[in-house]
Design a protein around this ligand. Structure first.
Ligand code: NAD
Length: 246
């Protein structure tokens, strides 16, 4: 396998499972050292077992600014640099009409799916800028444009991720740090278990390619965006929806 990430240090949030984990596996295979943040300790342990010295796993809640700062300073103490951030942590949140969502559920979902991207990117920025090179990748969703029925908080958070990606990209233009997002439809992860069966089937039926995307397909796009090969895109949102989002 080509070694696009030799000498690079990447931080992947939500890296213990799903899309984040697929990115961790691919980056390690291509020479990166990866700092993996998640709240799922069991899965962090299995990631550590597989990748040993190529990863630093840390139990970090990405909604907690203090937790982020402490973990990042430990990682910087260990590796001395940070080149890439993939903001992969997230959840679906409430399914149902918006009026059934409590204010507490609304705040919590926005904090995990949107505010975390701001908090982690804000903390990582000085380290990326110090290199004169960096990549930040955020995971939006086709729901950002669609605003599907029964997913108001999720769609709102993902629309926020799109806006945040565009603004961060422009704020960082000229520093060598590029900020891009992907907008997947259905990628086969456990997250899909948080959707109702009706929503899942309706969403699948609207994908022209007629299937869910794979973890390899998600990791391929994200790692390309993290690589030196991606050099003239910033603030972009890359569709990964089998045609549903275009
Ligand atoms: N799978 C899809 O079809 C799909 C489609 C569009 C967008 N996305 C987005 O992709 C991202 C990853 O989704 P996935 O499908 O891999 O989900 P997943 O549930 O498989 O993995 C998400 C990971 O995030 C972690 N996490 C959740 N809350 C956290 C917190 N507060 N702090 C740290 N870690 C936390 C979980 O423990 C889990 O390991 C999410 O932002 C999701 O909204 C996924």
């Amino acid at each position: 396998m080509i070694q696009r990430f030799g000498g690079r240090v990447a931080l992947v949030t939500g890296g213990a499972a799903g899309i984040g984990r697929a990115v961790v596996d691919r980056m390690v295979a291509e020479g990166a050292t990866v700092v993996v943040w998640d709240i799922n300790e069991e899965r962090l342990a299995s990631c550590r077992q597989l990748h040993a010295a190529h990863v630093l796993t840390q139990r970090v809640d990405v909604t907690d600014a203090g937790n982020i700062d402490r973990a990042l300073s430990e990682a910087m103490g260990q590796f001395g640099r940070l080149d890439i951030v993939v903001n992969g942590a997230g959840l679906i949140g409430p399914n149902g009409p918006f009026w059934e969502t409590t204010p507490e559920e609304w705040e919590r979902t926005l904090r995990i799916d949107l505010t975390s991207v701001f908090l982690v990117s804000r903390a990582a920025r000085p380290h990326l800028v110090a290199n004169g090179w960096g990549r930040i990748i955020n995971i939006a969703s086709v729901t950002a444009n669609e605003g599907p029925k029964n997913l108001a908080v999720y769609a709102t958070s993902k629309a926020g991720v799109v806006g945040l990606t565009k603004s961060m990209a422009k704020d960082l233009a000229g520093t060598g740090v590029l900020v891009n997002a992907i907008a997947p439809a259905l990628i086969a992860t456990e997250l899909l278990g948080q959707l109702t069966k009706e929503y899942y089937e309706a969403a699948l039926s609207r994908i022209p390619l007629g299937r869910a995307g794979t973890l390899d397909e998600a990791a391929a796009l994200i790692t390309w965006l993290c690589s030196e090969e991606c050099s003239f895109s910033t603030g972009a949102v890359y569709d990964l929806s089998g045609g549903r989002g275009v």
